[in-house]
Design a protein around this ligand. Structure first.
Ligand SMILES: C[S@@+](CC[C@H](N)C(=O)[O-])C[C@H]1O[C@@H](n2cnc3c(N)ncnc32)[C@H](O)[C@@H]1O
Length: 240
């Protein structure tokens, strides 16, 4: 197994090639297939769904975000089942999702065979998604659990359950990119020196956080454009 390498293509064949019991944590941000209840709204481009009109900067589109609920649950369960095989016993799993896909994500994690243990919150701050007369949609969620029992003595301290991190333009390289500092906090659930898997690497935020904290990592990304962006960010980090 070659570590610290970003693979190109669909994550399913990539995951099938990984050896069993080889990964210490799965931390990933899969396509949400959200952005609307009906097929017409789900099929909009990712920039239309997620860019929210607020920024002049354009990001590449990505695929895999169009499925209806039934197909999305099936697909999530497919790749998560492969992840279950490659993860070590007791290893943590963290999946990003939004409010619409929260129930589907907790279902998929459990259908694949993981134990669901909770939900952490990413508070994006007061600058996002205001709605007149309604609550602001300013949070996304990290559904987390483990492969079976999760021993308390893994050498990991107490972690927060709520993370406030505003998206900064200079740290945003993907239409749905996660802040690198948020990822630096979240990956602390992996024991020191472990291997972190992200099959939906996007612009590489998880991989950057893992590498700068001294973890090994395994990444995969379907979009050639985002793979190039992630490799560029990793090269910049390594040159610092
Ligand atoms: C939500 S984004 C991840 C963004 C990432 N967390 C970041 O901060 O840049 C999901 C990514 O999964 C990729 N993707 C979609 N389907 C995929 C598949 N079957 N295998 C691998 N990657 C896929 C998309 O191209 C997209 O970049």
């Amino acid at each position: 197994m070659i570590k610290n390498k970003l693979h190109a293509g669909d994550c399913l064949p990539f995951l099938e090639r990984l050896p069993a019991l080889s990964v210490d944590a799965l931390i990933t941000d899969p396509p949400y297939a959200s952005g609307g209840v009906h097929i017409g709204s789900k099929n909009r481009s990712t920039s239309d769904k997620y860019q929210n009109g607020g920024t002049a900067r354009q990001y590449p589109e990505f695929t895999g975000d169009h499925r209806d609920q039934r197909a999305h649950l099936r697909w999530m369960t497919l790749w998560l089942s492969e992840c279950l095989r490659v993860m070590k016993d007791g290893a943590p799993i963290c999946l990003f999702t939004d409010w619409r896909q929260l129930p589907l994500t907790t279902d998929a994690l459990q259908v694949a065979g993981f134990t669901w243990r909770g939900i952490a919150v990413w508070d994006k701050g007061e600058g996002v998604r205001p709605q007149m007369g309604r609550y602001r949609n300013q949070a996304e969620y990290i559904v987390w659990g483990s492969k079976g029992d999760m021993p308390l003595d893994r050498g990991v301290g107490v972690l927060r359950g709520v993370y406030k991190e505003v998206v900064k333009q200079k740290d945003k390289f993907h239409v749905t990119g996660k802040p690198t500092d948020l990822m630096r906090d979240l990956i602390k659930i992996c024991p020191a020196g472990g291997v972190i898997l992200d099959p939906f690497a996007g612009s590489g935020s998880t991989l950057l956080a893992a590498e700068s904290a001294g973890y090994d990592w395994l990444g995969c990304e379907l979009s050639e454009e985002y793979k190039a962006i992630a490799l560029n960010r990793l090269a910049t980090l390594r040159a610092e």
